[in-house]
Design a protein. Structure first.
Lengths: 482, 497
């Protein structure tokens, strides 16, 4: 490789390099900005992230290719997920500017960590080499452990950090063992070369490798049976971090999962479709049933995020045809807006009322009408009622299931949607039907208002006019297979 | 124009959201104005409607072209009466709700949103659009029952929501099955009717049929999916019950006639006897249980189960006769009766729930049938209108209900003679139930507890008198309405053949 092509390669990773710079700048700024005004650090990070959107989104329609010695993909799929990662980080920082300052002295570091995690998520989404994939997953995991345990004085946050670390380390180790098996079978770490050479590999070893790798991906996306950490970590971690983990990590995990399964493993050799379908049904059902009795909003959202992982897996299992992979992308983006929005409401209530219990949401419709309306929209969207973004995602993956002949999975999906209505409606019931404990209006910090506005609009606009997004997701999914 | 009719209420609702909640007169004015405008436009559309002209006032625009989803609206002789009925009942309900004080702003917004959803269901000709409107009706109804309902409102609201969501999601799957079997893939309902994509695939057709069946049968509601209905009707506020009984139930039967019958005629023909038996069970069961009620609202609710059974008997008969030329006349007659009953039941039961509300909401605050007596002498106006509505409901000749039931029985007798004979006995139970109710409330010795009860005021008269007049007009001279319906149903039966 000559110098000129290396230079061209570096341009294609400009957004990543830019984010690296933003992260370092945030760290430096933290040193000079006095305590009490650390929100400025967060705002700088937000500006940097917004600027990173420009080069990233300009890559949407680029010719797909791999750069840096075939280890890094530049295709619509990766770009789509990079945009999700950046948007998530922007919104999460905005939502945290008010509450984090009051909970910890190390506010600036918090923002820097989020920016660095965003960089890791972008690397995860675009890696086409097992080694780079392993490194980026570890990188994201390490920063996430710190973020989950960020509130040092809070025992629950400590517990979340430790638990996340122990589970995560185990899952990663198992996954790396799977990677090493694949390497042993094919003699290469490049995903595209693996795809070609796997045809000669013995089938039982392949099944073992897939199972081991699924442990790692399953951990990242909170898929049953690797989901146990989710509720404890979401409950203990600072609420903005829980929001970040439930959306950002999940999206990047799905990116890696889809890339490895769809690009590398030919289902005619390893029947992972059935395996994923069964895991999908299990995730949806178990997540939903466990969400039913929850009273803590963060635990409820944690279990519901497990069931949404199951829904997303429908799209992975039904990847053939025009609906599966675009369905995953559409679902991920729709879910990003809605889930973030729900967590932001939880952040606001948590910092204003000091509680995460759903019964304490009583009378919210009187105290903060706009907030309650938004939360109602988010809950109905998570249930999958039109015209909202998650409805579109569910519509897409259910269509994919039927298109792929997985009618039974679609039926499991709709049964679960009905079950989920019960606990989502429980939040609406508290806000609208139960009498208010007090009539005092709630203060709404500006950063949170912006974040809530974006998520609310995103949820509704995606439901009402999804055409541009669908085109984008389609082109992104077509580019994936190279 | 159709878009205007559908979305004017929503526009009004959004304006209401941005109006101060202390200015109650303005809020009510906006709501009344929006629903009145929608109703007037729907009358105007009726005047322009050409009988026998197929689908009219079509609107077709691209919405999500990459999935073949269009913004596609149109009305024919089946949907036109239902759209006018919806606009009328919504208008009267807003007028009736004048005395709502609790959280008025939210109430009016939800009501107008509900109206948009219902109108949209009857006008949509694209399945995706149809589904969205269908779902939009769920949410406001949940809130209307849950916030402004009676003592067991929360239970009733969530039960209603869960039941109907099961149905609509089953419908979503059925719609997707249709979509993927059409070539090219399309959500256009008219194209799907033409193409019959599942005609050669009996297993998929059966699956799709039962998917739609579950959705529509829960909405109708057919026995044994009716258990949400008594709870929802009893707990809902009066205007909510009116809309629920008057319009939402019709969405189910409308679905059977609009979707199941023309799109899956083969599957429906095979399973029609089963559907007819369920309808029959609804007729008999509804009437018997209604007779045992002492709560007036519950009584009217169960009488709905009974009446919707008649509609379903008519539809099932028509389905059983699909493809048999010599039974086409009977099928058309039964369908005419069924659609006429949909409108008639909307008018009559809407009125009955208002009547219950007049007594319960602002006067007696009890609905126990046995607690009254001899009201006839004290409340002449109220008694008169109640008698008209109840007699219409039990099918007295000269009133609206009779015409509908007559056609249904004449038509279905030619197809399911034995079932029809049993169904006719249901009329006797219905008659017994209403006559007994009239006797207990209005006749007999006067219960001195109600000595101070005033008769209806102007606002209540405005909501009730038009409905009573309609019952008499269409009972004596049903032709204008029947012509509109008949043209559409004859086309439908011919198409199914």
């Amino acid at each position: 490789m000559n110098l000129a092509s290396l230079q061209a390669d570096l341009w294609t990773v400009a957004p990543e390099l830019w984010l690296l710079g933003v992260g370092l700048l945030t760290l430096l700024l933290d040193l000079v900005v006095p305590a009490g005004r650390k929100a400025a650090v967060g705002l700088t990070a937000v500006v940097g992230l917004v600027l990173a959107l420009i080069p990233t989104s300009s890559m949407v329609l680029w010719q797909p290719r791999t750069v840096l010695f075939g280890t890094y993909a530049v295709d619509g799929f990766a770009v789509f997920l990079k945009i999700i990662a950046i948007v998530t980080t922007i919104l999460v920082i905005l939502s945290a500017t008010d509450s984090m300052g009051r909970q910890t002295r190390f506010e600036g570091e918090f923002y820097a960590l989020l920016v660095f995690t965003a960089l890791g998520l972008m690397l995860m989404a675009a890696s086409t080499d097992l080694i780079l994939l392993a490194l980026s997953i570890e990188y994201v995991s390490l920063t996430s452990y710190v973020l989950a345990g960020f509130l040092k004085g809070n025992p629950k946050s400590n517990e979340a950090g430790i638990k996340y670390f122990l589970f995560g380390a185990t899952a990663s180790a198992v996954m790396f063992y799977g990677f090493s098996l694949v390497y042993g079978l094919t003699g290469t770490t490049n995903l595209y070369q693996i795809a070609q050479r796997l045809s000669a590999a013995p089938v039982p070893a392949l099944y073992l490798a897939v199972a081991l790798m699924l442990a790692g991906f399953g951990f990242k996306i909170s898929m049953v049976p690797f989901h146990q950490w989710t509720p404890d970590v979401y409950e203990g971690a600072p609420t903005p971090v829980a929001a970040f983990l439930s959306v950002g990590s999940k999206a990047a995990g799905f990116a890696a999962l889809v890339r490895v399964l769809v690009v590398t493993l030919d289902p005619s050799r390893v029947n992972w479709v059935l395996l994923i379908a069964v895991l999908s049904a299990a995730s949806m059902t178990l997540g939903n049933l466990l969400a039913l009795p929850q009273r803590n909003i963060k635990r409820m959202l944690a279990y519901s995020s497990i069931s949404h992982a199951g829904f997303l897996l429908i799209g992975v299992a039904a990847f053939r045809g025009d609906f599966g992979t675009p369905g995953v992308l559409v679902y991920l983006l729709g879910y990003t807006f809605t889930q973030l929005g729900a967590f932001f409401v939880a952040t606001l209530i948590g910092s204003q009322l000091g509680t995460d219990e759903i019964p304490d949401y009583a009378g919210l419709a009187r105290r903060a009408p706009v907030l309650a309306l938004l939360m109602a929209v988010f809950m109905l969207s998570l249930t999958g009622l039109p015209p909202t973004s998650v409805f579109l995602g569910k519509f897409y993956v259910l269509a994919a299931a039927i298109d792929n002949g997985l009618l039974w999975l679609a039926v499991v999906g709709i049964i679960n949607s009905v079950i989920s209505l019960y606990y989502y409606a429980g939040v609406i019931r508290a806000m609208y039907i139960m009498p208010a404990a007090s009539e005092a209006p709630l203060a709404e910090p500006a950063g949170l208002q912006v974040a809530l506005g974006v998520t609310g609009l995103g949820t509704l606009i995606m439901g009402i006019y999804p055409q541009p997004l669908i085109d984008l997701a389609r082109s992104a999914a077509v580019l994936l297979r190279l | 124009m159709l878009s205007l009719i559908i979305f004017l209420p929503l526009v009004g609702g959004i304006i209401i959201l941005f109006t101060s909640k202390t200015n109650e007169t303005l809020l009510k004015g906006i709501a009344l104005g929006a629903s009145l405008a929608s109703f007037v436009l729907s009358l105007f559309m009726t005047a322009l409607f050409k009988i026998g002209g197929g689908f009219q006032f079509l609107e077709l625009g691209n919405w999500i072209p990459s999935l073949g989803i269009h913004y596609h609206l149109g009305v024919d002789g089946l949907s036109l009466p239902l759209i006018v009925l919806t606009a009328l009942l919504s208008l009267l309900s807003v007028a009736y709700s004048w005395r709502i004080e609790l959280r008025l702003k939210e109430y009016l917004f939800l009501f107008l949103l509900l109206e948009t959803g219902m109108l949209g269901v009857f006008a949509a000709l694209d399945f995706f659009l149809f589904y969205i409107f269908w779902e939009i009706t769920l949410v406001p109804m949940y809130f209307l029952i849950g916030i402004w309902g009676g003592p067991r409102k929360e239970y009733a609201a969530i039960k209603f929501f869960l039941y109907t969501l099961v149905g609509s999601l089953a419908m979503l799957l059925a719609i997707l099955v249709m979509y993927f079997n059409a070539q090219p893939h399309t959500f256009n309902m008219l194209t799907l009717i033409e193409q019959q994509p599942l005609a050669a695939k009996p297993v998929l057709a059966a699956l799709a049929f039962w998917g739609f069946f579950l959705s529509f049968a829960i909405k109708v509601p057919m026995w044994p999916f009716h258990t949400w209905l008594p709870d929802a009707h009893v707990e809902a506020p009066t205007a909510g019950s009116v809309i629920l009984a008057g319009v939402l139930l019709k969405m189910g039967t409308y679905g059977f006639v609009r979707v199941s019958l023309p799109m899956l005629p083969e599957a429906f023909r095979i399973y029609a006897p089963a559907v007819a038996v369920l309808a029959l069970l609804g007729i008999v069961y509804g009437a018997l249980v209604a007779m045992a009620q002492t709560d007036l609202k519950k009584l009217v609710a169960y009488s709905s189960v009974n009446h919707m059974g008649y509609v379903m008997l008519g539809v099932a008969s028509a389905a059983a006769a699909a493809g048999i030329p010599e039974k086409a006349v009977a099928a058309a007659t039964a369908l005419n009766g069924a659609v006429f009953e949909m409108v008639a039941h909307g008018v009559i039961t809407g009125a009955l729930f208002l009547i219950v509300g007049v007594l319960y909401d602002f006067r007696a605050h009890t609905r126990g049938v046995d607690e009254f007596g001899g009201l006839g002498a004290r409340l002449p106006m109220y008694t008169g209108i109640t008698m008209v509505a109840m007699l219409a409901s039990l099918g007295l000749p000269g009133l609206m209900g009779f015409v509908a039931e007559f056609f249904i029985f004449v038509g279905s007798f030619g197809i399911f003679p034995y079932l029809t004979v049993v169904a006719v006995t249901g009329v006797i139970f219905t008659a017994a139930m209403f006559l007994w109710t009239i006797q207990r409330i209005f006749l007999g010795p006067f219960n001195e507890r109600w000595a101070g009860l005033p008769d209806m005021d102007t606002r209540e008269k405005i909501s009730l008198v038009p409905l009573a007049v309609l019952m008499v007009i269409f009972g004596l001279y049903p032709r204008p309405l029947l012509d509109v319906i008949n043209a559409a149903m004859t086309t439908l039966v011919a198409m199914v053949r």
